[in-house]
Design a protein around this ligand. Structure first.
Ligand code: KIV
Length: 289
């Protein structure tokens, strides 16, 4: 039994390493609130990421760039309250870790202390490799993110696949290896040709989670709103929809609106009643007003 009372054993970094060694795929998904966390818990996923994709999926920004540490902490803490067994990864937002090791450590410590994260995620190679090394030295497990890194999509030429030439593929692989050498516990690889992932995998000791990176990674991650069809926006090529909850939700709310307007809702069974004598007394009390 896990520390939170679930029958399923708590997922640990050791358990993920064992899955990698056994060739057993690792399932990771995003979540952004308490009911979402309860859903992914019940579905039995291994790792939950409160991604800064929350900027778009739940906060309505048009990129991940504007979301703040306080906004991410509030969402991440809500997810923590709904989870028992999966590993919880907090996503350090743009501008909250890049400038210095001490900034990265101070921000990451808030995600661990205030939101109960097991790991934090940072994007890119380059200076993020130094930040990852500093975080690991400070005792904070880190998930690195390479390939398409949405926080710096503008400098990558927009939201597009990365590593499509041999040189560009080599750069993605070098970033992943540098993050692994810096002590990252896991790496996400986003939007790269499957050939790049296939070339990377024999070089990686830590689990690699793909998103739009083909089938060779140790696991896959998708955005909750994308896979459930909740998000009313264009989805990336790699998204597979497993449900159409937005359509169901719109028709549910429309049915409620129609019943309120027609008087069909609420019916007697949706209300409360008082003893007849009390109702009579109330009418009498009000009669003289
Ligand atoms: O923010 C996010 O949801 C992510 C995943 C797509 C990996 O970074």
């Amino acid at each position: 039994m896990s520390a939170h009372g679930s029958d399923r054993a708590q997922v640990t970094l050791g358990a993920l390493a064992a899955k990698k060694d056994a060739g057993e795929p690792i399932v990771m998904v995003t979540a952004y609130d308490y009911p979402g966390a309860q859903i992914v818990e019940a579905a039995g996923v291994d790792v939950v990421l409160v991604g800064d994709s929350a900027a778009m999926t739940v906060l309505g920004y048009d990129s991940t760039v504007p979301v703040t540490v306080d906004e991410m902490l509030m969402l991440t803490a809500a997810v923590r309250r709904g989870l028992s067994t999966p590993l919880l990864v907090g996503d350090l937002p743009f501008g909250s870790y890049e400038a210095s090791d001490s900034l990265a450590i101070a921000t990451a410590q808030r995600f661990i202390k205030e939101a109960g994260c097991d790991l934090v995620k940072i994007e890119r190679g380059g200076t993020s490799v130094d930040r990852a090394r500093a975080l690991v030295a400070a005792g904070i497990p880190v998930l690195g993110h390479v390939g398409l890194t949405p926080q710096t999509a503008a400098s990558l030429g927009g939201y597009r696949a990365q590593g499509r030439t041999a040189d560009a593929a080599r750069a993605v692989i070098d970033d992943a290896l540098a993050l692994q050498d810096a002590g990252c516990s896991m790496i996400v690889v986003e939007a790269v040709p499957s050939e790049v992932t296939a070339a990377l995998m024999p070089l990686m000791r830590v689990p690699v989670i793909g998103i739009g990176a083909g089938a060779d990674a140790d696991g896959q991650v998708l955005v909750f709103h994308d896979l459930l069809g909740l998000y009313d926006g264009g989805a990336a090529k790699f998204v597979k929809r497993y449900a159409d909850l937005r359509t169901d939700a719109v028709s549910g709310v429309a049915a409620y609106a129609a019943e309120v307007r027609s008087g069909e809702y609420p019916a007697t069974e949706h209300g409360y009643s008082m003893p007849a004598a009390e109702a009579a007394e109330l009418r009498e009390m009000l009669a003289g007003r």
